[in-house]
Design a protein around this ligand. Structure first.
Ligand code: PEP
Ligand code: MN
Length: 294
């Protein structure tokens, strides 16, 4: 097939034939994904904030309480964790069904919208009952049977980009969800591997440029994860602000009352005070776009 847009990763044929449901139908085509009383892709910019891992009920309740006091609506927290190395310690564990139960209790108490990652289809029902947005982690971006089963539930789905994937492959994965008739897809950029990330100073590189690229060709909302991309709390503020300036539709961010003692990835969460400061700055940027952080 002739490529009529040479030099571009995604050709016009791709837009028509491979990812027709992701592609914009007209210049101003935008989808707004509504989840309970918040929405992605419209006038709101939701922050989904919380610990990497739902370590215990007390921890997640303290996060819920903070979010409520800041009038934020979205919370994150992993109950099932795809850890890079297989060994677990007492501190380095997966709470699984207990974690879902703690998320649900916190969500009900503070009236929050919650996202958590799915790893195995066998937990799909439990996840649907306890949370509001199914998170597909980077490592499962191209696990097509998982995408299809999740899509069939009709639940909103946050599809994280694999750190080695092109935009074309990422949208191919999103198309699997849309093809099941589920149009509640939220893309999440979380950093990619490139040569400079092979140094110890950077594990990933936040691909800020993919935000306008996604908006140029698709109607889907895109959020940014400055925590996993930087893997380093001191850089999270600048990358959050940069993502907002680049036009993202939401932020997925790790916060923890005591980052040093976080069970997983202790280098990346902000503490509650750092988070509050970041929020004040974020609100100023959102205002430039006539949008509101929720
Ligand atoms: C996460 O958000 O908890 C996570 C594991 O992220 P990623 O899939 O992007 O590595
Ligand atoms: Mn992690």
């Amino acid at each position: 097939m002739q490529n009529k847009a040479p030099g571009k990763d995604i050709s016009l044929e791709d837009l028509k034939e491979k990812i027709p449901l992701c592609a914009k139908k007209h210049k101003n085509h935008k989808s707004i994904v509504k989840v309970k009383d918040i929405s992605f892709g419209g006038k709101e910019i939701p922050f989904l904030s919380g610990p990497n891992t739902v370590e215990n009920l007390k921890l997640i309740m303290s996060v819920g309480k903070l979010l409520k006091s800041l009038r934020l609506k979205g919370m994150r927290g992993g109950a099932f964790k795809p850890l890079t190395f297989p060994y677990r310690s007492k501190k380095y564990f997966e709470p699984k069904l207990d974690g879902l139960d703690w998320l649900k209790q916190t969500k009900d108490k503070y009236d929050l919208v919650v996202t958590t990652e799915i790893m195995e289809i066998k937990y799909l029902d439990n996840i649907c009952k306890a949370t509001d947005i199914i998170q597909i982690g980077s490592r499962n971006m191209q696990n097509y049977p998982l995408l299809t089963e999740c899509a069939k539930t009709g639940m909103p789905i946050m599809l994280k980009r694999h750190y080695g994937s092109s935009l074309r492959d990422w949208l191919g994965a999103a198309e699997y969800i849309l093809a099941e008739g589920n149009n509640k897809v939220i893309l999440c950029e979380r950093g990619v591997s490139v040569p400079h990330t092979h140094k110890s100073t950077s594990r990933f590189l936040l691909d800020l440029q993919v935000i306008p690229a996604v908006k140029e060709i698709t109607h889907l909302p895109i959020i940014s994860d400055p925590s996993h991309s930087t893997f380093w709390a001191p850089w999270v503020e600048s990358m959050t602000l940069a993502s907002l300036a680049a036009g993202c539709d939401g932020i997925l961010i790790e916060i923890h009352p005591d980052p040093k003692n976080a069970a997983v990835d202790p280098l990346q969460p902000l503490n509650f005070n750092q988070f509050k400061k970041l929020l004040l700055k974020s609100k100023k940027i959102a205002k430039c776009f006539n949008k509101k952080i929720v």
